[in-house]
Write a protein that binds this ligand. Structure first.
Ligand code: MN3
Length: 202
């Protein structure tokens, strides 16, 4: 059966410097994300779960072992995370996504504040999300490696932007200064990719 694979990082480890350091990216991608993929494959091997897509597994994750929730979620979340960042990015969204953000949140600045607050106040390890649900945008956060496509999620939808606030994502460079990491994240957001995901989800 086909196995899940660690996707290549779409840029070099040092591409997001100085906002996210190369050593963090190397460990985060290779060891953490790589670990989720290996453990997910081990959890489904020789079971009926083999052959299901990652989305199928997560949309029905309440039926499966907790290893699928943790490692399948980890694989999905990081696969999205790498693509919504990039070197020379940041700035603001344009076009339909910008219009939608303005109409739902009032302004880009208000959206940023609300998303940053969701990321800063997530207790312990987890993620902040911007998601599409019922033709609108919603900001939420999830614990551990949960995400909004899981059937167990409090707020469900299609995530189009995610921010990893596990300490492994920032501790080497920022130590306990999670708000500084969050504030610097905006310098690397790949709005073209977020807009692509927005269009696909609407
Ligand atoms: Mn992580």
């Amino acid at each position: 059966m086909s196995k899940f694979e660690l996707p290549a990082l779409p840029y070099d480890f040092d591409a997001l410097e100085p906002y996210i350091d190369a050593r963090t990216m190397e460990i985060h991608h290779g060891k953490h994300h790589g670990g989720y993929v290996a453990k997910l494959n081990a959890a489904i091997e020789g079971t009926d779960m083999e052959g299901l897509s990652l989305e199928e597994l997560l949309q029905n994750v309440s039926k499966y072992p907790v290893a699928v929730r943790n490692n399948g979620g980890g694989h999905f979340n990081h696969s999205l995370f790498w693509t919504v960042m990039g070197p020379g990015k940041g700035g603001e969204p344009t076009g339909e996504l910008a219009d939608k953000i303005n109409s739902v949140f009032g302004s880009f600045a208000e959206f940023k504040d609300k998303f940053s607050n969701a990321a800063a106040t997530r207790f312990g390890s987890g993620w902040a999300w911007l998601l599409v649900t019922n033709d609108t945008l919603v900001i939420t956060s999830t614990p551990n490696q949960d995400n909004p496509i899981m059937d167990i999620a409090e707020v469900k939808g299609t995530p189009i932007l995610g921010l990893d606030v596990w300490e492994h994502a920032y501790y080497l460079k920022y130590q306990n200064r999670r708000p500084e990491y969050i504030s610097n994240f905006w310098n690397v957001v790949n709005w073209d990719e977020v807009a692509r995901r927005f269009k696909e989800a609407m």
